[in-house]
Every structure is written in C-alpha cells, then in structure tokens.
Design a protein around this ligand. Structure first.
Ligand SMILES: [Zn+2]
Length: 151
C-alpha cells in the first residue's frame, strides 16, 4: 500500500484500505482538522445544511433567551470587558465615513455568508436577541457617479 502525506501535519501515513483516498492521518488533531474543513465546505456549498445550521442556532437562541443575560450576570469580568470594547467600537469611524469610502471598497464590506444579527439600540448597545441570517451578495452594475437611492 502506498503511503501518503497528511494534508494537515504533512507526515506520511498509510491510508486505511477501506478509505483509499484518505488524505489525513489518524492523529486526533488531524482528524479534527479534517472535520473542520468538511464542515466549512459544507457550510459554503450545501444550502440545506446551511439552512439546518441556521435554524438550529435560531431555535437554540429561542429556547435559551436568557443565556447571554445570565452569562453576563455570572461573568461580570466578561461583561465589563465587553462594555469597554463596545465603548471603543463606538469611537470608530461612523457610517458617514464608511459611506465616503470608494465604492469598490464598500462593495467588499459585506461578503456573502452567514451572519449573526443583533439589534443595536440608540446608545449603541446590542440587544441580547440574535438572528442568524444568510446574506448573499448580488453583484450590481453601478453607473459611474450615479447615486445609490436613499430610502
Ligand atoms: Zn496528520
């Protein structure tokens, strides 16, 4: 049996006869890497799987609405750190500045993918409820100098 190079650690290994195109050795960390890659590509290409994952997360959030509130209560340091980070974020460039960026940059701001959305109140603090949504970027043709309509 020919030996192969593990895609994760680069060590040579002998594929198991029942898995001829095995490309990861059997070490636990390499198998973990293999599963991680598999899940990542699943998420990217299998919309049913995406859907399931998103639904599962949403359902979990619904079943555990107090999770983050409780978590913050029992982890005051974590909550405090978050507050500080949020404060820093609030000082970051505003939407106006972002709107002034080159159009090509703006189009790249939001790649397609699965996002956790949370409502942010006027004081800039995110609410606990989180929605898991899939955002697909559709490419559009803008004429130069034409403005994007405001709603
Ligand atoms: Zn390996």
């Amino acid at each position: 049996m020919a030996s192969k190079k593990c895609s994760a650690c680069g060590q040579t290994f002998h594929p198991r006869p029942q898995v001829p195109d095995q490309s990861y050795c059997s070490s636990p960390s390499c198998q973990q890497e293999r599963r991680r890659k598999w899940q990542k590509s699943k998420l990217k290409f299998d919309s049913d799987y995406q859907d399931n994952q998103a639904r599962a997360q949403q359902a979990w959030s619904k079943r555990n609405p107090d999770y983050w509130r409780e978590y913050r209560k029992s982890h005051p340091k974590y909550a405090e750190r978050n507050r500080v980070l949020q404060h820093d974020r609030n000082k970051k460039p505003t939407a106006d500045k972002i709107a002034n960026m080159a159009l090509s940059d703006r189009l790249n701001l939001l790649p397609s993918g699965i996002y956790n959305l949370s409502l942010v109140t006027d004081d800039g603090i995110a609410k606990m409820d989180v929605w898991t949504v899939e955002i697909t970027v559709h490419s559009c043709q803008y004429k130069s100098k034409s403005k994007i309509a405001k709603r």
